[in-house]
Design a protein around this ligand. Structure first.
Ligand SMILES: Cc1cc2nc3c(=O)[nH]c(=O)nc-3n(C[C@H](O)[C@H](O)[C@H](O)COP(=O)(O)OP(=O)(O)OC[C@H]3O[C@@H](n4cnc5c(N)ncnc54)[C@H](O)[C@@H]3O)c2cc1C
Length: 594
């Protein structure tokens, strides 16, 4: 990893090139302004949400949410990433994410915030005409107008472009007449404006219309859901709803782009929310372990509980390392685009789109890490965790949806290697060349186990270089074997995604740890790197085996796999002791503070 100059890698390029530790961004780097945004939203939540948090576990929350959105609007929270000329605070992506992590710690109300800002403010800001911005943006930023985002239909979920909602021109061509039905629409119970994805006349693709509630939109009853009861989710019906033609958002037939761009940003924001809720659940688990006594001891003293606390803490450390890094990558690319003369709004769209692979990676890892953490925190509560009155049981039900919306984790997993291969095919990334060079090393028997050295992180750095090779070899083998038919090999794509997710997560965590190697708790961080390194090796063992066996005949497969698996053969480290040290640290902190 001899990288000297500032490294701004393109989306997906992390698999091919090293990054300088000084070029990653992490919570240790938060500025005074970022910390100020975090404390001001924390103060708001402490005052407005915490005293009534139970209400957000019932339908009552759906009736309180609108006024709270307005209060947040008065304080400027919804305009955090909006340029000042449009009434916002013009913060960059990493500031918006750092703020969002705290904002998401607000039970089901976090859904109202996420949809109103992420899927309400941004479509207008990025795709609206000047007239549309003038008409809507200020009122959306202040939450005088509250928004919903209507993509999903009963017959069109993951296959969103297959929706049947249709808009036809009125006789005088001044209006669209809209008919159709949407479902699972967050904020629909109180929204004033709906961003509705539908097909105009006989178009093949979606367009997006801005539709006002009072134009005849009707609603189904609140859905009976597993969790987030305080979030309004209904079906939305359009029966001959008359919409002025000037309410087309963006270009006709290009709505899918608007939907996907909103989802790209939405995905990293889900990861941020996973981090916020994960930290809260972690704290509940550790607090309980520090109070509850069995067999004459606090349960935190038991090795089995320490193991859980350490595993949860490591996942949180990795998760926050990944989304902070990705947010910074988006900002760096945005700045580069601005310097090259691209206008601000186009630069916002392009910078998020460039890192759509990283956004999907953080969403999949984040939502699964969050589920794991909430589940283990509940387990630490024993029977009390199963009580409907315990807060942890609310989170257990609330978080399940994160693996379903903003693209299910299956769809996101399929997208991750597909996006990489697409970039490679277009010549945007020298992926095939890099894969070929690793393949030559494999064939010449040159692949070796990670090398240890005198430096604290020498082994981990060498391991990182090796898992990148393993990732290139697996993807290269699969691309060569299946060629364009790889899209029909979802099992292989899912395994490739798992490998790429592990590489990004491990690299982000290691680079952050090296950058901040002199912090007070450096030895705990080193233990976390060791635990994460072995976890990564275990996952790679399984995923590369799946890929290699699917892509070669038996004899070749065994010899290829032998070579690849050498790449993550690690020396013995007493992980039990590493985990104990990590757990003891967090047990002392009584929360996730690193
Ligand atoms: C609480 C909640 C709030 C929501 N809020 C909104 C909102 O505000 N606006 C909005 O538009 N939508 C919203 N949604 C809808 C959400 O985006 C969809 O549920 C999601 O996209 C999945 O679609 P589906 O439910 O139809 O599942 P399906 O697409 O039917 O998927 C079912 C299963 O099949 C898998 N699958 C589907 N296609 C493929 C494929 N090609 N390859 C492999 N596996 C596949 C999926 O991964 C999943 O496991 C919300 C959903 C929930 C639960």
């Amino acid at each position: 990893m001899s990288v000297k100059e500032k490294t701004i890698l393109k989306g997906g390029e992390f698999l091919l090139s090293p990054t300088n530790p000084s070029d990653v961004f992490s919570p240790e780097d938060y500025t005074e302004e970022q910390n100020m945004f975090r404390s001001s939203i924390r103060d708001f939540l402490n005052k407005e949400i915490e005293p009534i948090k139970e209400k957000f576990d019932s339908k009552e929350g759906t009736t309180i949410a609108p006024q709270l959105l307005e209060k947040m609007g008065e304080l400027g929270f919804h305009g955090i990433g909006v340029p000042t000329e449009y009434g916002g605070l013009n913060c960059d992506m990493k500031t918006e994410l750092a703020y969002g992590e705290i904002a998401s710690d607000s039970f089901a109300f976090s859904q109202a915030i996420g949809v109103h800002t992420g899927l309400g403010v941004y479509p207008i800001l990025l795709y609206g005409t000047e007239a549309q911005k003038e008409k809507y943006l200020n009122d959306i930023v202040s939450a005088k107008i509250k928004c919903s985002y209507c993509l999903t239909e009963p017959g069109a979920g993951s296959d969103a472009n297959s929706g049947k909602t249709k808009a036809v021109f009125s006789e005088d061509e001044k209006h669209f007449i809209v008919n159709g039905q949407k479902m699972w629409i967050t904020n629909s119970g109180f929204a004033d404006v709906f961003f509705v994805f539908c097909k105009i006349e006989n178009d093949k693709n979606l367009s997006c219309l801005i539709i006002h509630k009072e134009w005849g939109v009707t609603l189904g009853a609140e859905e009976k859901k597993l969790g987030i009861h305080g979030s309004s989710t209904r079906q939305v019906f359009f029966e001959n709803v008359k919409v002025p033609v000037e309410n087309l958002l963006g270009e006709r037939d290009k709505g899918f782009k608007i939907a996907m761009n909103a989802l790209n940003a939405g995905r990293i924001k889900i990861a941020v929310a996973n981090s916020g809720i994960g930290k809260r659940a972690f704290k509940l688990g550790v607090n309980y372990a520090n109070q509850r006594e069995q067999f004459g001891k606090k349960i935190a003293a038991f090795g089995a509980i320490k193991h859980k606390i350490a595993a949860m803490g490591c996942k949180l450390y990795a998760l926050e390392s990944s989304w902070n890094r990705a947010g910074h990558q988006i900002d760096e690319f945005y700045n580069e685009l601005i310097e090259s003369g691209v206008n601000k709004l186009e630069a916002k769209i392009k910078s998020v789109a460039e890192y759509s692979m990283e956004c999907a990676i953080t969403k999949v890892y984040g939502s699964e890490a969050e589920s794991y953490i909430v589940d283990e925190a509940l387990q630490i509560h024993g029977g009390m965790g199963f009580s409907a009155e315990s807060e942890i049981s609310t989170h257990y039900r609330n978080v399940r949806g994160n693996r379903i919306y903003e693209g299910t984790n299956e769809i996101n997993r399929i997208l991750i290697p597909t996006m990489l291969l697409r970039k490679a095919m277009k010549g945007e990334l020298p992926f095939m060349q890099a894969a070929m060079s690793s393949f030559q090393e494999l064939q010449s028997g040159l692949l070796t186990a990670p090398k240890n050295g005198p430096g604290t992180y020498d082994l981990a750095i060498s391991f990182l270089e090796n898992i990148k090779k393993a990732s290139l070899l697996s993807s290269g083998l699969a691309a060569q074997y299946f060629q364009e038919k790889i899209k029909d090999q979802q099992e292989v794509l899912m395994s490739l995604a798992d490998i790429m997710i592990q590489v990004y997560l491990f690299e982000s965590t290691l680079l952050r740890t090296i950058k901040h190697k002199d912090v007070k708790n450096a030895s705990i961080r080193k233990n976390m790197i060791d635990v994460l390194m072995f976890e990564t090796a275990d996952l790679l063992l399984k995923s590369t085996r799946e890929v290699v066996f699917a892509c070669s005949n038996q004899e070749q497969a065994i010899s290829n796999l032998k070579g690849i698996q050498r790449l993550y053969q690690l020396p013995a480290i007493n992980l039990k002791e590493s985990r104990r040290a990590i757990a003891n640290y967090f047990i002392d902190q009584n929360s996730y503070t690193i």
